[in-house]
Design a protein around this ligand. Structure first.
Ligand SMILES: NC(=O)c1ccc[n+]([C@@H]2O[C@H](COP(=O)([O-])OP(=O)(O)OC[C@H]3O[C@@H](n4cnc5c(N)ncnc54)[C@H](O)[C@@H]3O)[C@@H](O)[C@H]2O)c1
Ligand SMILES: [Fe+2]
Length: 381
């Protein structure tokens, strides 16, 4: 056995933690920039955190212009705003888009490197500024990963992957998620389930710590996602979802995702389909495609998701896929590409773009060719 496991040094999980953010972050910085988006501000989730930071003596700059699937240009604007403020620390409060922007801003502020120079794996040269991340969706797990996903000027999704992107502190406040709209709860929750499944089937970096985290994440997420959709104020369900998404994040940060994400990236890059939704659309076809090579692993995961399964690996694998599909359907998310305005003519370009995602495709239990990708897109059109 041979593996390395990394995670942030400190995690605070506490209801109301962001309302007391000034105390929770302690004296990590004096002039932080807080990065978020307008949706979070409108939902009233940012003001209490700002008030708390100011009461604790921080001269905090609010940047509430983060865009979904953060475009490179927007990230550069945030860096410029932070420089102007002479920021000495970075807080990301929001979904994956806000946290991913915060990670890269914390790196670039202290560095002579450009954004383009840090694309890829282990390209960060200088130490970053202090970084605190507070998730408001139960999805990406970005608060505990070393990854930031950026959309380039060419509409391609690229990743910055470097241990410098683990924050100093992750603050998980389940109360932030009570007001998450149903479709966001559903899509981001399915994204988290995909993180757990794909961490478990990674062919290069699967490891026992990620496996244990992935199993517990799947147990929590599968048992609570429909309740969280139907009863948004259900505290135990919201807590379980936030915890499950974080555990899945820790799992895949150390055993990265595969073809569901690889096939989903073109939907986000070209058509701006939200990340969670694009993953949920590609989940069923990729599970079926992977089944010949991953049936024993899917069979092992049956008990985590409450799939009644007996018999051979193939039978348990079928039960696993059926139960996952039932959960996805119960959340009410879109199930067809055509529902998002994608047509038959778009599929070849999508399959070409998917092939550029070898960073994740190489982790998948079955090799995906251009023809395979085209077939899977056709299956869910
Ligand atoms: N870094 C990683 O490890 C990692 C992993 C997976 C995905 N990602 C990236 O994360 C991004 C997606 O993040 P996401 O799915 O969390 O969505 P998001 O950050 O794009 O937010 C989606 C929407 O939900 C709203 N929202 C968020 N929290 C809310 C709340 N509590 N109440 C009301 N509205 C709220 C936002 O305003 C926004 O409109 C993509 O760019 C994806 O590529 C990163
Ligand atoms: Fe994801």
């Amino acid at each position: 056995m041979n593996f390395t496991f990394n995670t942030p040094p400190e995690i605070v999980f506490k209801s109301g933690a962001t309302r007391a953010l000034g105390e929770v972050v302690k004296r990590r910085f004096q002039r932080p920039i807080l990065l978020t988006d307008k949706g979070l501000v409108d939902a009233g989730l940012v003001a209490p955190a700002l008030t708390s930071l100011k009461s604790a003596g921080h001269d905090v700059l609010l940047f509430d212009d983060v865009a979904a699937d953060p475009p490179a240009a927007k990230v550069k604007q945030a860096v410029a705003a932070a420089r102007e403020h002479n920021a000495d620390g970075v807080i990301g409060l929001g979904g994956g888009s806000s946290m991913d922007t915060a990670k890269v801003v914390a790196v670039l502020l202290n560095s002579n490197q450009t954004l383009e120079e840090i694309y890829g794996v282990d390209q960060v040269k200088a130490a970053r500024l202090p970084l605190v991340l507070c998730p408001s969706t139960s999805g990406t797990g970005s608060e505990v990963t070393s990854i930031s996903v950026i959309t380039t000027e060419e509409d391609t999704k690229v990743a910055v992957v470097d241990n410098a992107l683990y924050p100093d502190l992750a603050v998980l406040d389940p109360e932030l998620t009570f007001g998450l709209p149903r479709h966001v709860t559903a899509a981001t929750g399915i994204d988290a389930m995909v993180h757990a499944i794909e961490a478990y089937t990674n062919i290069h970096r699967k490891n026992p710590v990620s496996d244990a985290l992935a199993r517990e994440a799947l147990r929590l997420l599968s048992a609570n996602i429909v309740t969280a959709c139907e009863h948004p104020g259900d505290r135990p369900a919201r807590e379980a979802m936030l915890l499950g998404a974080m555990l899945a994040g820790q799992a895949f940060a150390n055993s990265p995702v595969g073809a569901v994400h690889g096939m989903a990236y073109p939907l986000g890059g070209i058509f701006h389909v939200p990340h969670g939704l694009s993953n949920s659309l590609m989940l069923e076809p990729v599970l079926k495609f992977n089944a010949p090579n991953a049936d024993h692993q899917y069979a092992e995961l049956c008990d985590c998701i409450g799939a009644a399964a007996v018999g051979s690996n193939a039978e348990k694998c079928d039960a696993f896929i059926k139960r996952i599909v039932d959960i996805v359907e119960a959340t009410g998310v879109e199930r067809r590409l055509a529902q998002l305005g994608i047509s038959h003519n778009d599929l070849p370009r999508m399959a070409e773009d998917a092939m550029k995602g070898q960073r994740v495709l190489q982790n998948n239990p079955r090799t995906v060719t251009y023809e395979d990708a085209l077939q899977m897109y056709t299956d869910v059109l």
